[in-house]
Design a protein around this ligand. Sequence first.
Ligand SMILES: Nc1ncnc2c1ncn2[C@@H]1O[C@H](COP(=O)(O)OP(=O)(O)OP(=O)(O)O)[C@@H](O)[C@H]1O
Ligand SMILES: [Mg+2]
Length: 241
Amino acid sequence: MTLVLEYTLTEEDYLPKVIELKNLTKTYMMGQVPVEALRGVSLTVYKGDFIAVLGPSGSGKSTLLNMIGALDRPTSGTIVIDDLDVSTLSDNQLADIRRNIGFVYQTFNLIPRLDAISNVELPLSIAGVPKKTRRLKAEVMLKIVGLGDRIHHKPSELSGGERQRVAIARALVNNPSFLIMDEPTGNLDSKTGLEIMELAKRLNKEQGITLVVVTHDPEIGDEARKIIHLRDGLIESKKVN
Ligand SMILES: Nc1ncnc2c1ncn2[C@@H]1O[C@H](COP(=O)(O)OP(=O)(O)OP(=O)(O)O)[C@@H](O)[C@H]1O
Ligand SMILES: [Mg+2]
């Protein structure tokens, strides 16, 4: 008797995996009280993917992003990056992985006393890039996000959308192949929000940057290749566009 296994290859079978989350849980302790932020989430992110994560406040979106970005360790379950189980990696190896990831937060997290170009230069200073090269790279990045004429403005001298673009330039200046955004448009008016998302989509499409975005905006969700709905720490539904 021969056993025939039927399996249809999908596009994803040919794409390298950036990260694989298997049955992740995360429980925070608030004193004696456990808070179950993730209750068993499995997800694979492929190279060049564009994933939108939606879900109500408190459903575990930011917790999930922190796991994807290797910023935090799960309570149980495994995270595999480049075929390596993250729990077996040293802090130095984890730092190397994070260097390849750009993070953008809703609140921008810019340093107020530094001008735009110095904010963008920060990751390069940390990486030990010489001053001249740093300046040049930061300036090019600010031009790409459309802020070539604002490089010496401090955050307080920029609009909300401009600040977010500085944050994006900073996230991208180190040439990451992976961009993680936690409600990047949450503090922006809808027009500016759309512009920021256009920029992110362009980077995904033209430069093949892998993009994972948490958003409350269903319109942004619709543009993603994959949409994940979280509820109470679980994936409620997944949709592939
Ligand atoms: N450091 C922490 N300590 C204790 N509880 C936490 C911690 N961080 C998050 N939580 C709890 O875990 C749950 C998930 O939080 P998370 O920040 O992931 O939600 P979220 O979906 O990003 O929400 P929002 O849309 O409001 O940003 C929430 O109930 C939250 O109160
Ligand atoms: Mg959040």
